[in-house]
Design a protein around this ligand. Structure first.
Ligand SMILES: [Zn+2]
Ligand SMILES: [Zn+2]
Length: 112
Protein backbone atom coordinates (compact mmCIF):
# COMPACT_ATOMS: atom_id res chain seq x y z
CA UNK A 1 0.00 0.00 0.00
CA UNK A 2 1.29 3.43 -0.90
CA UNK A 3 1.23 6.00 1.84
CA UNK A 4 3.08 8.70 -0.01
CA UNK A 5 2.16 10.12 -3.38
CA UNK A 6 4.43 8.73 -6.11
CA UNK A 7 3.94 11.99 -8.02
CA UNK A 8 4.85 14.62 -5.44
CA UNK A 9 5.76 12.78 -2.24
CA UNK A 10 2.95 14.24 -0.12
CA UNK A 11 1.08 12.13 2.40
CA UNK A 12 -1.97 10.48 0.82
CA UNK A 13 -5.39 10.73 2.39
CA UNK A 14 -8.04 8.03 2.46
CA UNK A 15 -11.35 8.84 0.84
CA UNK A 16 -14.46 6.77 0.17
CA UNK A 17 -16.40 7.35 -3.01
CA UNK A 18 -19.40 5.19 -4.03
CA UNK A 19 -18.31 2.55 -1.52
CA UNK A 20 -14.83 2.36 -3.01
CA UNK A 21 -11.82 3.46 -0.97
CA UNK A 22 -9.27 5.68 -2.62
CA UNK A 23 -5.95 7.13 -1.64
CA UNK A 24 -5.97 10.68 -2.85
CA UNK A 25 -3.40 13.45 -2.99
CA UNK A 26 -3.83 17.19 -3.17
CA UNK A 27 -1.95 17.13 -6.50
CA UNK A 28 -4.75 15.11 -8.05
CA UNK A 29 -3.16 11.68 -7.81
CA UNK A 30 -5.72 9.00 -7.03
CA UNK A 31 -5.30 5.31 -6.34
CA UNK A 32 -8.11 2.86 -5.83
CA UNK A 33 -7.53 0.65 -2.82
CA UNK A 34 -8.08 -3.04 -3.16
CA UNK A 35 -11.54 -3.83 -1.94
CA UNK A 36 -11.94 -6.46 0.70
CA UNK A 37 -13.73 -9.59 -0.47
CA UNK A 38 -17.06 -8.77 1.16
CA UNK A 39 -17.30 -5.39 -0.52
CA UNK A 40 -16.22 -6.85 -3.83
CA UNK A 41 -18.96 -9.48 -3.67
CA UNK A 42 -21.49 -6.80 -2.80
CA UNK A 43 -20.39 -4.79 -5.83
CA UNK A 44 -20.62 -7.81 -8.15
CA UNK A 45 -24.05 -8.66 -6.77
CA UNK A 46 -25.21 -5.10 -7.40
CA UNK A 47 -23.92 -5.22 -10.95
CA UNK A 48 -25.81 -8.46 -11.54
CA UNK A 49 -29.00 -6.92 -10.18
CA UNK A 50 -28.57 -3.87 -12.41
CA UNK A 51 -28.08 -6.16 -15.39
CA UNK A 52 -31.22 -8.16 -14.57
CA UNK A 53 -33.18 -4.94 -14.11
CA UNK A 54 -32.08 -3.81 -17.57
CA UNK A 55 -33.13 -7.13 -19.07
CA UNK A 56 -36.59 -6.81 -17.52
CA UNK A 57 -36.94 -3.29 -18.90
CA UNK A 58 -35.99 -4.50 -22.38
CA UNK A 59 -38.59 -7.25 -22.18
CA UNK A 60 -41.26 -4.75 -21.15
CA UNK A 61 -40.40 -2.56 -24.12
CA UNK A 62 -40.80 -5.58 -26.39
CA UNK A 63 -44.27 -6.14 -25.04
CA UNK A 64 -45.25 -2.50 -25.52
CA UNK A 65 -44.03 -2.53 -29.12
CA UNK A 66 -46.44 -5.36 -30.07
CA UNK A 67 -49.10 -3.74 -32.21
CA UNK A 68 -52.79 -4.08 -31.46
CA UNK A 69 -54.90 -6.32 -33.64
CA UNK A 70 -57.72 -4.70 -35.58
CA UNK A 71 -60.43 -5.87 -37.96
CA UNK A 72 -59.10 -5.01 -41.40
CA UNK A 73 -59.50 -7.00 -44.55
CA UNK A 74 -56.21 -7.87 -46.17
CA UNK A 75 -56.19 -6.71 -49.81
CA UNK A 76 -54.04 -9.68 -50.72
CA UNK A 77 -55.60 -12.72 -49.07
CA UNK A 78 -58.88 -11.42 -47.65
CA UNK A 79 -58.07 -12.29 -44.03
CA UNK A 80 -59.93 -9.95 -41.65
CA UNK A 81 -57.39 -9.52 -38.85
CA UNK A 82 -54.35 -7.28 -39.03
CA UNK A 83 -51.80 -5.63 -36.79
CA UNK A 84 -52.10 -1.86 -36.79
CA UNK A 85 -49.64 0.92 -36.00
CA UNK A 86 -49.04 4.50 -36.98
CA UNK A 87 -45.96 6.23 -38.28
CA UNK A 88 -45.13 9.86 -38.79
CA UNK A 89 -43.88 9.79 -42.36
CA UNK A 90 -42.58 13.19 -43.39
CA UNK A 91 -43.05 16.42 -41.44
CA UNK A 92 -44.76 16.72 -38.08
CA UNK A 93 -47.69 18.78 -39.43
CA UNK A 94 -48.77 16.03 -41.81
CA UNK A 95 -51.11 13.41 -40.41
CA UNK A 96 -49.48 10.13 -39.48
CA UNK A 97 -49.95 7.14 -41.73
CA UNK A 98 -51.71 4.01 -40.50
CA UNK A 99 -49.98 0.77 -41.29
CA UNK A 100 -51.56 -2.66 -41.28
CA UNK A 101 -49.98 -6.08 -41.45
CA UNK A 102 -52.08 -9.11 -42.24
CA UNK A 103 -51.83 -11.71 -39.47
CA UNK A 104 -52.15 -14.51 -41.98
CA UNK A 105 -49.94 -13.69 -44.98
CA UNK A 106 -47.86 -10.87 -43.41
CA UNK A 107 -48.77 -8.52 -46.25
CA UNK A 108 -48.22 -4.92 -45.14
CA UNK A 109 -50.17 -1.96 -46.49
CA UNK A 110 -50.99 1.56 -45.42
CA UNK A 111 -53.91 3.92 -45.33
CA UNK A 112 -53.80 7.71 -45.21
ZN1 LIG B 1 0.72 14.18 -5.11
ZN1 LIG C 1 -53.24 -11.40 -45.97
Amino acid sequence: MVDFCPECGSLLRKRTKDGTKYLVCKCGFEEELELDKKELEKKIQKKKEDLEKNLIIVNQEDKISVHPTVNRICPKCGHDKAEAWQEQTRSADEPSTSFFRCLKCKHTWREY
